[in-house]
Design a protein around this ligand. Structure first.
Ligand code: THU
Length: 160
């Protein structure tokens, strides 16, 4: 028997320490929050994907009275990117959240279902997706992509 450990590598930084392009992507995620539809949770989330031609595609959470029919911001953005720009790799994804009149102090992190969809998008284009999680008290940058956040993945390789 042996015990293995999964380690998550990420960087904590401030907005000022980011590149202009990263700041721009975070700004887009924050802007996307304005299009969130969250009348039930009042938890508004915005996501912005950066494509390999520098296009930014945004998404926001879209809730539903039948709660499970709603959709997270990350998947809204990724599915939109995948359908409108099917031949473009997603190279980065920024996420921000707003509730009770302010952006969250702590960055929020994608849910399990969104992590699975991020993995699929990485594999679709064979390109890791840098993940930027915005909080007013600090920003988390996951340079290595979804492998840092989703160990022991289920992917297409099992279906062969
Ligand atoms: N939500 C997202 O859009 N992204 C996340 O990473 C976490 C949660 C949404 C789903 C739901 O509309 C609301 O936030 C509360 O869970």
């Amino acid at each position: 028997m042996k015990t293995l450990t999964h380690t998550c590598h990420y960087t904590l930084c401030s907005y000022d320490e980011l590149s202009e392009q990263d700041c721009h992507l975070i700004d887009a995620a924050k802007q996307a929050i304005k299009q969130s539809y969250a009348p039930y949770s009042h938890f508004h989330v915005g996501a912005a994907t950066l494509l390999d031609d520098d296009t930014i595609v945004i998404g926001s959470n879209q809730e539903n009275a039948a709660y499970p029919s709603g959709m997270c911001a990350e998947r809204t953005a990724l599915f939109y990117a995948g359908s409108a720009h099917p031949n473009r790799a997603v190279v980065a994804l920024a996420i921000a959240a707003y509730t009770e009149g302010e952006f969250t102090a702590t960055p929020i992190s994608p849910c399990g279902a969104c992590r699975q969809v991020i993995l699929e998008m990485e594999q679709r284009h064979n390109h890791p997706i840098r993940i930027l999680l915005y909080g007013t008290e600090g920003i988390i940058v996951v340079e290595g992509g979804i492998k840092e956040l989703l160990p022991l993945t289920f992917s297409a390789s099992f279906l062969k």
